[in-house]
Write a protein that binds this ligand. Structure first.
Ligand code: FHN
Length: 468
């Protein structure tokens, strides 16, 4: 049997295995636009959607994504109305799962849509915030597991236009705002789990007879396939982010994969199911100890303990933690997709806004150590992390210092190159270096200039040379 593992590479005689991603049981105020609106020029997207994509075509298609490194994930939907509380009780777990966790009947859950009226939604302010944070792309839930579509759809009445007082598309305006700010725009789509459209899968099984009134195949044909066709043709997303391939099989998955040619150059993840590997690995709420060999990857993570808004979750990660996580991920060759969960009024929680602005301040000074870099050439560094850029002109290392050395020396073990320049990005100060038997030593001042992460840019002479 022949199946297509990558969208682009045909693999024969591969044992099919359904992806079994763990279902996460883990577990205001708008920012004002800071960049004048107007069409920013986006780097071109690759155009290849053929299954027989060459490695060069694939590299071209993945180029913008590999350079972007940092994106905004947005989980938004009707679940922001109950915001973690049902029937007077705070429901444990992630907010967007409230319907499943509390086994809310479909008819009852659908009432939330009647008060979902995000009149404060300002897509340009969201895009401005992502831009200010230094993010280069946005991925928003066009439909999460509750089946609610944030876009008009002919396939189901369970959508923002037909089921809410707001009555307007939420996706199109954000897609325009993001692109106007030079951000790539992607869509999340829950292809398998759907707790309100009959026949959709549900982790833990169905709990309402409406859910059982059709088969999964009927749901795939009547809802998932037409909706994916709608979003690919209407919004031409740069990323299509599948999620939780519950009960997917190769036949169901292929019906969805076949639609990708409608959106040339689209990048997909590894969560479609049916044996498809997609373009990216997606570690969730964790940073792998090392990166992935020969696979692009992206850690997605919440800023507090939930993806969808929960009014009482104040378990926020600090700005320092977020920046260090970004550095850790990028030093291992990955991307960071950091989540916000807006309220039902359409506001990104103030705690998220504050942190994203602070991350943005750090990125303004140190962004060159993040964008378009590749993984650290060192297995381990005592002081923190490292990224690199290799060009025809030579190699630049960016030392991401978490722990400022008490002896004033940063050791780059085994590095044999001579150093052309070493500079503190925070101050512009030049640093002295010397080569020792153990490697290159960079001398730094007594005080750490940026306590979040201080970056030292080291330009090397000649091709990178590291020996044990
Ligand atoms: O079940 C979802 C969850 O709600 C959230 O959307 C995350 C984001 O990666 N994905 C699923 C769990 O893997």
């Amino acid at each position: 049997m022949t199946i297509h593992l990558f969208r682009g590479i045909t693999c024969a005689a591969v044992t099919m295995s359904l992806l079994s991603l763990g279902l996460a049981s883990c577990q205001s105020t708008m920012s004002q636009p800071t960049v004048a609106a107007g069409k920013a020029s986006l780097p071109p997207r690759g155009t290849t959607t053929e299954l027989d994509e060459t490695p060069e075509q694939r590299n071209e298609r993945m180029k913008w994504w590999r350079e972007a490194k940092f994106g905004m994930f947005i989980h938004w939907g009707v679940y922001s109305v109950p915001a973690g509380t049902y029937d007077g009780k705070q429901i444990a777990g992630i907010g967007e799962w409230i319907m499943n966790r509390a086994k809310i009947p479909c008819e009852v859950y659908q009432q939330y849509a009647k008060v979902f009226n995000p009149v404060k939604y300002d897509p340009d302010a969201w895009a401005a915030l992502a831009h200010e944070a230094g993010m280069r792309y946005i991925v928003i839930t066009s439909k999460h597991h509750d089946g609610f579509a944030l876009f008009p759809t002919a396939a189901s009445k369970w959508n923002v236009v037909d089921a809410t007082p707001y009555g307007q598309d939420l996706i199109g305006p954000l897609s325009t705002a993001a692109r106007n700010r030079g951000l790539h725009f992607g869509l999340y789509y829950s292809q398998a789990q759907d707790w309100n459209n009959p026949g959709g899968a549900a982790a833990g099984g169905h709990w309402d007879k409406l859910q059982d009134s059709k088969t999964m195949d009927e749901y795939i044909d009547a809802v998932a396939v037409p909706q994916v066709r709608e979003i690919l043709t209407r919004y031409q997303p740069a990323v299509l982010w599948w999620d939780t391939p519950k009960d997917m099989n190769p036949e169901r998955a292929e019906k969805l994969r076949a639609l990708l040619s409608l959106d040339p150059g689209v990048i997909t993840n590894n969560r479609l199911g049916g044996g498809y590997k997609g373009d990216t690995e997606t570690p969730e709420q964790r940073i792998p100890a090392t990166g992935f060999v020969d696979r692009d990857w992206e850690t997605c993570m919440t800023m507090n303990g939930t993806w969808g808004y929960k009014s009482y979750d104040q378990n926020w990660k600090s700005t320092e933690d977020l920046v260090r996580k970004l550095c850790d991920i990028v030093s291992k060759g990955g991307n960071f997709l950091l989540n916000v969960g807006p309220t039902s009024e359409g506001l990104i929680p103030e705690a998220s806004v504050e942190r994203l602005k602070e991350v943005g301040k750090w990125m303004k000074v140190n962004g060159e150590a993040i964008y378009a870099t590749t993984a650290s050439p060192f297995a381990k560094l005592d002081f923190g992390r490292c990224t690199k850029k290799v060009t025809d002109r030579g190699t630049t290392l960016y030392l991401l210092v978490f722990d400022w050395p008490k002896d004033g020396k940063l050791m780059l073990p085994g590095l044999r190159n001579k150093v052309a320049t070493a500079t503190l990005l925070a101050t512009g100060a030049s640093l002295s270096t010397h080569n020792s038997d153990a490697g290159v030593v960079v001398s730094v001042p007594a005080e750490m200039p940026d306590p979040i992460v201080t970056v030292v840019k080291v330009e090397l002479i000649g091709a990178l040379n590291i020996t044990e």
